[in-house]
Ligand binder design. Sequence first.
Ligand code: XMP
Length: 321
Amino acid sequence: NWTAANIVEEAVAAIRAEVGDAKVLCALSGGVDSAVAAALVHKAIGDQLTCAFVDHGLLRKGEREQVRDDFVRITGINLVVADAEEQFLTALAGVSEPETKRKIIGREFIRVFEQTVREIDDAEDIQFLVQGTLYPDVVESGGGEGAANIKSHHNVGGLPDDLQFTLIEPLRTLFKDEVRAVGEELGLPHEMVWRHPFPGPGLGIRIVGEVTRERLDLLREADAIAREELAASGHEQDVWQFPVVLLADVRSVGVQGDGRTYGHPIVLRPVSSEDAMTADWSRLPYELLEKISTRITNEVREVNRVVLDITSKPPGTIEWE
Ligand code: XMP
């Protein structure tokens, strides 16, 4: 019978044996898998590990702080952060087409990541790269990859071929619930350990239309409200994921106070799923949906309408782009 403490102990011993005194790199995405993998490796080899985090400016509210501040404070990990918001926004300027956005974000990610790694002290001594691959990824050759011909998936940490490292995959034998237990055991922040899946291209593919800083700020506010209310309602673990989407190219007429408004709709896309290959729209309580809707229209400037997506997958995908 396994316990999280046993798993940690075994993983630490295995990592020490494999790495020796070499240097190791890990790309953090803000997600649970890379965070737990990094924390495990850090427990095993301490300062031989350096983590890199590309802040592409497409994260949700509080996520960069969670990685930069909370995670670092708890683990004591060496973290280099690339502040690349400007670079990503410049590259995305004028682009609305979803596949083009994905390609641009993937390309810029690799550029920024390579540059960041080169600037690490003794970068040439790095021999190993940590990846948060889980057991289901190993057996199915990749969760969600069935959708790869529909949308070009970009996983943060997806690296170019000329960065030659030996992979360390300390979560290779674990399922998601075990990874979460290990994360709790290592004392990682609760919100990080229980986070829903979030796509590598981030909010960039949750704005239908061009991605701008103003639009990202609106979406971040709306998304934070939805997440906050979902958590407060106790229904967080009933849904697989809860994308919140800004229809930036759509406006509709509304009324607020004495005035007519002409604002943007926000789409709520809560889904239930086992593996993201198929999904059903979540039957969340009306009171919760009402609360989210009222708060978003009251608190988020320029948003005057909230709609609920009741499409299963297929035919809809989970994300709108
Ligand atoms: P779709 O929208 O295809 O999404 O139903 C299936 C699952 O994959 C996530 N997703 C991504 N994850 N990089 C990722 O790491 C991506 O480019 C990407 N696109 C979609 C999506 O959030 C859902 O969990």
